[in-house]
Design a protein around this ligand. Sequence first.
Ligand code: AHG
Ligand code: MN
Ligand code: MN
Length: 345
Amino acid sequence: MNEFDPDPAGPPVGGRAAEGIVTIERFLADHQPSEASGELSGLLDDIAMAGKVIASRTRRAGLTELLGKVGTVNVQGEDQKLMDVYADNVMTSLLSGHGRVCAMISEEQAEPVILNDSGPYVVVHDPLDGSSNIDSNVSIGTIFGIYRREDPSAPLGSADWLRPGRELVAAGYILYGTSTMLVYSAGSGVHAFTLDPEVGEFLLTWSDLRFPEDPAYYSLNLASAPQWENGMSRFVDWLNRPDTPDLSQRYIGSAVADFHRNLLHGGVFGYPGEVNRPEGKIRLIYEAAPLAFLADQAGGRGSDGVQDLLDIRPTHIHQRTPVFVGALPLVDRLERCLQEEQEDG
Ligand code: AHG
Ligand code: MN
Ligand code: MN
């Protein structure tokens, strides 16, 4: 083996490396979700297209005056960046395309956006996650989830989008990092594609990704530890015990990038509830639930500290929740620490 040969042992991740060239279009056609009539594959393809457009603009953001704030705040009271608004417009435009989407819930839109009353799917998304990182050239991403409408002939209403993550038919993210990668699951494994910028196509990199057995990382913003809910200190104590697996801390501040690294190398991303903000920061519908769906499909899980994130039925579209998502042993451990605190407290 020389430095240009691939490692014969395969990738250092719990997935199957692609053999030959498989475009996302072909993969979706060969792996039609059982319930779909090609519509879900078409919708995932539209999202892949949105990813290409956002990736292309992201790469040129510093050259095209797309960095910085718009001067408006979104419904969460956060400054909107030009790229947040741009990415939201791209998603809206591509999801409107084929009449497949009846409604869209976006972090950047105060209310549900109705696209086509009779479309069979609802799409939830965070058009740009980690946007505080844009100006410093750090990885960001788009997170999405897809629900199938239960009764397309019934009037469209909140019951179509205030749904537990367990009902998602697909979810995924596009990560704009050193390369652009699309990772999705439609309920039969998690598959990852890398954008070949020369060819302009997402090509299969790994299929059936699973969290590796031995976790390597935890991703928590330890600067917030003084504000964390009681019980988190039990987890920090556990991390420091000599018999605990040797974990490194890695925290990017883009949930999607932290999740991705932990999916490949084993680990957990957490954003706990805080004393003055018990619901934490992460949004349930378009951040936590899609990531929990992917984790579940990769042999991990997501919890709010008490229950599975996939079992929570939201009561409003921008609802926040504490989040622990990633490799099974670490999410279970975090949950146990928080529950022991409740029992002893
Ligand atoms: P967004 O950019 O979509 O508002 O999300 C940012 C979120 C999440 O991606 C990240 O994990 C978290 O904010 C970081 O928050 P802290 O800076 O408080 O750690
Ligand atoms: Mn986000
Ligand atoms: Mn965002």
